[in-house]
Ligand binder design. Sequence first.
Ligand SMILES: Cc1ncc(COP(=O)(O)O)c(C=O)c1O
Length: 396
Amino acid sequence: MLSKKALGISPSSTMAIDSKAKGMKSKGIDVVSFGAGEPDFDTPPHIREAAIRAINEGYTRYTPAAGMPELREAICKKLQGDNGLDYEPAQIVVSNGAKHSLYNVMVTLLNPGDEVLVPKPYWVSYPEMVRLADGIPVPVESREENLFKVTAADLEKVCTQKCKALIINSPSNPTGQIYSIEELQEIARFCVDRGIYIVTDEIYEKLIYSGSQHFSIASLSNEIKELTIVVNGASKSFAMTGWRIGYTASNTAIAKVMANIQSHTSSNPNSIAQKAVVAALQGPQESIEEMRLAFDERRRFMFRRVSEIPCLSAVEPLGAFYIFVGMAEVIGKHYHGTAITDSDNFAYLLLENHKVAVVPGTGFGSPNHMRLSFATSLENIAKGLDRIEAFLEELA
Ligand SMILES: Cc1ncc(COP(=O)(O)O)c(C=O)c1O
């Protein structure tokens, strides 16, 4: 019998649909994929060159488990410059992607049975990571009228004595919504009053639109900073998903324990990728703006087009590269005799019959939604949405 805990973990639904679509494409099928969770841009040349230089200059050995000092310094400068946060390099732990950082955080914070508040819809991996660390994920219901953001009152409804931490993800995957400074202040007060840790996942902070602003909740006061673990990384901002570099900033005690855990599990993240991220943080930043502008154009086009399609609804995303599309009106309809029961079988029928990959909302805790990524060309967006519209027209 394998570990009950391990067997209880579901596979990542975002990765499942993406790999099915890629499999169909490799067989020559013309699939339009809205499943992408990564920029469709190449890593900028100066970052790639830094990696090549790192290889040639011999940065090919172990680094300290928590990351090379040069990178941790560069991350401190970034946090100071972008987020108004003062950290020492000893408070930074560099890991194999933000996903790994989040897992390290959960393992570091949780004792068996500790509860973690997870605002819903949530990124698919949060509940599973909490479970892997023997914690209990507690979904916090949000309301679409409040743009899927939770308030202190929403947290209050489900918070018990066992509550250890809250996960905040702004800009959000899957909804693309961003918490304002006032909303964060209210949440920060709630957590400080109860001594609840905040895990703030800020991986999409650079991809924001329509004049929105990103605030790190850690920057609101020293009290909240002490209770907060900031999670970020290079994947989305620098189109570096495959390089696998993420990091945390936290109080020194938490950082020490995380570095300790990492020293026994993965050791340091890839030394060459670390050097590349130093170049990413210290070098020209124009590529971020170019990517952001391209995403913004696609976002506006996709949102307009989705809003025109009968039976679908969406709240305009202000960050990240996803539109979370409501499809409640479609549930109960039939596709050539097969009932649409939720977004899972909707996504399956759509992919099989009209060759469009979308991510069902079930994995995000929202079975009547689907997530469409606009990290793909305008041409694909137009083609894919035409196909979705044609599919919907066949429903009875
Ligand atoms: C909300 C969120 N957090 C974290 C991650 C993980 O990023 P990384 O590639 O750095 O592990 C993702 C990736 O999809 C994400 O969407």
